[in-house]
Unconditional design. Structure first.
Length: 183
């Protein structure tokens, strides 16, 4: 990382680095590196370090709503619009049906007492409990819909904040709007 920083510093113009804080819009997306935010109009940084984007980007496993980050975005960066961006081939979708094998890997790689302490700490006595703690989702669209509902239900989110959802296809780069059920 230090060598990469040295290479970065040798090619950027410090005066072109963005010094403006994010404002008005936020994207909550997965930490998966295959998600290219240019697909939704957020440009990459230029070679000189410059970016015109002032959109707050919050990356978490499965685009799960991080309440503290959302709180700061709403009340420090004055976010008025939130996009939940899920994606195809999400590990939390795979984990939904593979939790037993994930637990086997956990048990093989971590000392038994530490596994027990971990499971006690999260209040998990079954694979279902672990799946709930992890936030696994049955599908990408369902996950985006669930997170949109979580955001809207948080008592600190102002009613006028717009919440939208998209699913990014990691194979094609196409984004699909997530339509909320009528009614």
């Amino acid at each position: 990382a230090i060598e990469a920083n040295a290479a970065f510093l040798s090619r950027i113009d410090p005066e072109r680095l963005s010094s403006e804080p994010p404002t008005r819009r936020a994207v909550i997306t997965c930490m998966d590196s295959r998600i290219n935010l240019e697909a939704i109009g957020i440009p990459s940084f230029a070679a000189d370090g410059h970016s015109d984007s002032r959109i707050a980007i919050i990356r978490t496993a499965g685009a799960l709503c991080p309440e503290r980050s959302l709180f700061v975005a709403l009340f420090k960066a004055d976010v008025e619009e939130i996009l939940v961006l899920g994606h195809t081939e999400c590990a939390l979708v795979a984990a939904h049906s593979e939790i037993a094998s994930i637990v086997e890997v956990l048990q093989a790689r971590v000392d038994g007492r530490d596994v027990d302490a971990f499971l006690d700490g999260i209040g998990a006595s079954s694979d279902e409990d672990i799946s709930r703690w992890l936030g696994t989702i049955p599908g990408s669209t369902e996950g985006v819909l669930a997170q949109m509902e979580v955001i809207r239900s948080l008592p600190f989110v102002p009613q006028e904040v717009a919440v939208h959802g998209l699913v990014y296809d990691v194979d094609t780069g196409v984004v699909h709007p997530v339509e909320e059920p009528a009614g």
